[in-house]
Design a binder for this molecule. Sequence first.
Ligand code: FES
Length: 155
Amino acid sequence: MSGEVDLKQIDNIVKDKYEADPENLIHILQEINSNYNYLPEPAINRVAERLNIPLTQVYSVSTFYKSFSLEPRGKHLITVCLGTACHVRGGQRLLEKLERKLKIKAGKTTPDRKFTLETVSCLGCCALAPVMVVDEKYYGKVDSAKLKKVLDSYE
Ligand code: FES
């Protein structure tokens, strides 16, 4: 994995953009996370080294914020709602269909890093159950035909 991380680029972010100031840790991690779609371990090590702060400090920030991921993530995040209303209206079946189509379990990322599949317990729009979200876009009353259409649009 370390071969994928350009340490020079990490140095540029830490030093040139954020003046190697530990106060900017969150911004630095945000930028790395958005470049790689996750926080690769070699990048985390480098940030700690360049900011001259303990590795544990970088990890505790990395795990505290939900927007950061320590695992590789897909280009698109698919979230399926499994809250009560969605569950009753087929949320679980929707999830199973997605797991079969993408050949991954919930919580995982496809090997080509195209999709990450996650679940959530309520998205606050129960009237549209079953609901799924791709990136920021909500899709309601998702049946098989709609699911196919949605997935095709991200291919
Ligand atoms: S239970 Fe799915 S949106 Fe509320």
